[in-house]
Design a protein around this ligand. Sequence first.
Ligand SMILES: [Zn+2]
Length: 68
Amino acid sequence: MGRSTCDGCGRPVSIAGGIANLWTFGDRDGSDGSAMTLEFEDGSSHLLCYPCIEALPENPTAADLEEL
Ligand SMILES: [Zn+2]
């Protein structure tokens, strides 16, 4: 747990903890943080807020982050 900033938009976020991936995303109740760390196809991981996660395409890459 902790506070950091979104890698996509730079806004301060709270972290739910753990590594999630896009395919299990969708059941959140909004009570446990406003961001998750995602592992990308290229092996990098990025902390992203939910709006940014939802804006990313499937199989996101670092290049997609640049467009957020
Ligand atoms: Zn964001």
